[in-house]
Design a protein around this ligand. Structure first.
Ligand code: HEM
Length: 136
């Protein structure tokens, strides 16, 4: 599996653990106040990261490109800031709002970069030997 896909699945798994942790916290406490952080950890963190990782695993010629790692870094940074800051905001910490706002734009930048990767055709000179290099 390409390195970027491995990184995506590691990040996705961590977000799933955190997301489920918040779900269990809500279930046990009976207070569903952090539902937004829970949903975003699971859907942006787990589901979308796993889909990005799967895309790169299926498109190895794009996964070799440095842009794939840059896209991973930006997207994951955005979600990694968004989830805890949204959690704090929903728990009543208004000071977390700027972090929620900033991380939303960082996450969106990661999504736009993913769109660029998807819609940009692969150049033929990137093809030879690419899959083997990535599996290390
Ligand atoms: C053991 C795992 C999980 C537990 C204990 C759990 C628990 C909860 C709880 C207590 C709520 C609040 C329900 C409400 O107030 O109406 C909720 C909402 C939600 N959960 Fe989970 N959850 C789990 C896993 C997941 C996963 C894996 C996903 C997505 C991939 C997810 C997505 C959502 C979404 C989108 C909502 C909001 C639903 C709505 O607003 O109608 N959850 N969850």
């Amino acid at each position: 599996m390409p390195r970027v896909s491995q990184l995506y699945f590691k990040a996705a798994t961590l977000f799933l653990i955190i997301g489920i942790g918040m779900g269990l916290q809500m279930s046990i406490s009976g207070s569903h106040d952090v539902i937004g952080a829970h949903a975003h950890a699971n859907l942006l963190g787990w589901v979308t990261s796993a889909l990005f990782g799967t895309y790169f695993a299926l498109n190895r010629e794009k996964a070799v490109h440095r842009l794939a790692l840059v896209q991973f870094g930006i997207y994951t940074l955005g979600v990694a800031i968004m989830v805890p800051s949204l959690y704090l905001l929903l728990r009543g910490n208004a000071g977390a709002l700027p972090f929620v706002a900033a991380s939303s734009f960082i996450t969106f930048a990661g999504v736009l970069l993913f769109a660029f990767v998807v819609f940009t055709p692969v150049r033929s000179e990137q093809m030879p030997g690419a899959p083997m290099e990535l599996s290390r």
